[in-house]
Design a protein around this ligand. Sequence first.
Ligand code: SAM
Length: 292
Amino acid sequence: MKSINSPFRYAGGKFYARKLILEHIINHNYYIEPFCGGASIFFAKDKVTDNWLNDVDDELINTLIVIRDHPNELISLLKRRNCEISRIPTELVQNVEIGEVMPALKELHTFFKNEYMPQNDLERALKWYYLNRTSYSGIMNRQNMYWGYGDKYSMQPKNWGANILRTSEKLQDVRLTSLDFEEVIDQAPDGAFLFIDPPYFNADQDKFYQHFFSRNDHYRLLKCLKNNKSRLNIFITYDNVEEVRDLYSWAKEMYDKEWNYCIQRTDDQKEKTDKKGKRYKGKELFILNYLS
Ligand SMILES: C[S@@+](CC[C@H](N)C(=O)[O-])C[C@H]1O[C@@H](n2cnc3c(N)ncnc32)[C@H](O)[C@@H]1O
């Protein structure tokens, strides 16, 4: 099945590194991401027979489940006509035609972030999807979530419906769970291919996600991967620091990789940048327990 972009903006997402990563993925029939986030690699690669996406963040997984199983209901809820049903104040959408998707507005972002109380899984997905598409860099940790939408650089609401539908198609028959990574890795069937993209080793980066990933969790991951290394094909991407190199010295291949990415002006809260956006370099280690 064809390559598409992740439906979400996601902090630490691997969209800009996807070509470099795909080069090292070997043939497999069972594909698993225990730390899926926006799952940019799953969406970029060919879909195989069995697929399992997992993330401890159950709001993210609920949104993926709703997109997989009820895409049209979610699209319908995003429309002006249904604002009364989902209890969105009509004054926030008064300039929108009946039947059009609600606009990307700072006031609506604030409302969803601070006031909206979802009453079912569909409404939880509505809230998460709206905030994800309109927050700075897709940072979904409430303390660090800010308005960050720009018409020129972000996906416009009129395209959200198509985004949800193509995502739903690719997610059909995909197993979606919200478990701790250890359960997933231990349960992975022999011969499965695992793409492992944990939160960064550098603790600063932890502000991005809903669940804190401690130093102890990094060591727990190491132990779990070592226990399973002879029966699974494992690709890990981690920040490029000496301690990680030492911890994973048992791997069969290790590469220093760099790629360019940019954060667009409207996505950037502090810095003024030129039209092309501010440029950054991603620098990570690719760690493989197989020969690619
Ligand atoms: C670097 S992000 C993954 C990004 C993803 N590869 C992408 O392309 O968007 C790491 C993810 O690990 C998740 N996570 C944190 N602690 C976890 C745990 N104990 N078990 C499973 N997932 C966890 C976070 O919620 C976050 O979505």
